[in-house]
Design a protein around this ligand. Structure first.
Ligand code: NAD
Length: 354
């Protein structure tokens, strides 16, 4: 059996994970993977029950599982509680506890939704890329000083540090991802200015010798940001550091058109973690209107990266494709002339196409 811990969390987290679990159960009937689901609490819901946003029992269960499927956490109700008890702390605790060192964010422009993109259809049409972001190193985790007096003036500083093993680990994952996609990897750095970027580039070039089937190129981050808006179709897999990845993955998310459609995976040393990129959307929670496709596509990533079930993953992705191509739209992506559906109906329609 393959054990999946499901953490619905708060707000629409319950609706979107319910939907993704139904789709996974349908997939399991077809592919006989042997999926087993166990539910755990995290976020505001966990705080209400246990006084902790991440009960130790939840983290333990995740460590022992084959994969974790996560909804979202947060909401106004918990905005004013002690900072250490806030729902978002659950995410940091899970990232740290599971050693989630890489964040994978696919960005795909669906032909059926091309008019929803804020960029010109002829520019973004056919875009299908994957951003691989380093998640536990770099400037977000380096030594810092909030305030000091230097030469008579106040200043603050942060440091960007990367070691060879850290770069090798993330680059290897990116090369392997490129290998099962279209065989192209773009490494993004700022090697014209930063020493840490020069080491990054050197290590990536050295590792490329082990992946002769992958075509490697390098871009400075400022150019990469421009190229993402000018010609996103040129990219297959992008690998980059924590801070550059943070910025570029949000830029790339805009290309796709809707936040409700976007999945993500965080790859861990112990267990990997799958979640939609959106938050708990308290404004629409409980109304059966949330778009669960981002979570369903995260479940497809779970099959691909944690269970090595590529065919099953592709089956889910094409079922979502077909649902959109057949003209079904949840409220967030609805336009006149299409068939408006709620969360439950969307789930059934996707299951029917598996
Ligand atoms: P949000 O992503 O929850 O919502 C932003 C907007 O997008 C809202 O109008 C919402 O209705 C809409 N939206 C989001 N997901 C949708 C979906 N699946 N279908 C249809 N519409 C969708 O971001 P926010 O409003 O800034 O944050 C709300 C709460 O979520 C906050 O407490 C925040 O801290 C938390 N949050 C959690 C995560 C996470 O758990 N990973 C990520 C971001 C924000």
């Amino acid at each position: 059996m393959k054990k999946i811990i499901v953490i619905p969390g708060d707000g629409i987290g319950k609706e979107v994970t319910d939907s993704a679990v139904k789709v996974l159960k349908k997939i399991d009937e077809k592919f006989q993977i042997g999926l087993e689901f166990e539910y755990r609490d995290a976020g505001g819901t966990a705080y209400d029950k246990f006084g902790e946003p991440l009960p130790a029992e939840t983290l333990d269960a995740c460590k022992k599982a084959d994969a974790v499927l996560f909804g979202a956490v947060g909401g106004k109700k918990w905005d004013n509680i002690d900072v250490d008890k806030r729902p978002e702390k659950a995410l940091f605790g899970l990232r740290k506890g599971l050693g989630l060192f890489a964040n994978l964010r696919p960005v795909k422009v669906y032909d059926a939704l091309i008019d929803g993109s804020p960029l010109k259809p002829e520019l973004v049409g056919g875009s299908d890329l994957l951003i691989v972001r380093e998640l536990v190193g770099g400037i977000y985790f380096g030594e810092r000083c909030e305030s000091e007096i230097y030469n008579g003036v106040e200043r603050a500083w942060d440091t960007e540090i990367y070691s060879v093993p850290e770069i090798e680990r993330i680059a290897k994952l990116a090369f392997e991802s490129a290998k099962i996609r279209r065989g192209k990897l773009t490494s993004v750095d700022k090697a014209n200015v930063l020493a840490s970027s020069r080491l990054w580039r050197r290590v990536v070039i050295e590792l490329a010798k082990n992946f002769p089937e992958v075509e490697l190129n390098h871009l400075y981050v400022d150019n990469a940001a421009m190229q993402l808006a000018l010609n996103p179709k040129q990219f297959d897999v992008i690998v980059t550091s924590n801070m550059f990845g943070d910025i570029l993955s949000d830029e790339a998310a805009v290309i796709g058109g809707s936040i409700g459609l976007m999945p993500s995976a965080s790859i861990g040393e112990l267990t990997s973690f799958y979640e939609p990129i959106h938050g708990s959307a308290p404004d629409i929670a409980g109304k059966n209107i949330a778009n669960s496709m981002g979570t369903i596509l995260s479940a497809a990533m779970l099959l691909r990266y944690s269970l090595n079930a590529e065919e099953a993953a592709k089956n889910i992705e094409s079922a979502v494709d077909k649902t959109l191509a057949d003209g079904y739209r949840t409220a967030d992506i609805y336009q006149d002339g299409f068939k408006k559906i709620g969360t439950d109906e969307a789930t059934e329609i996707i299951c029917d196409r598996i």
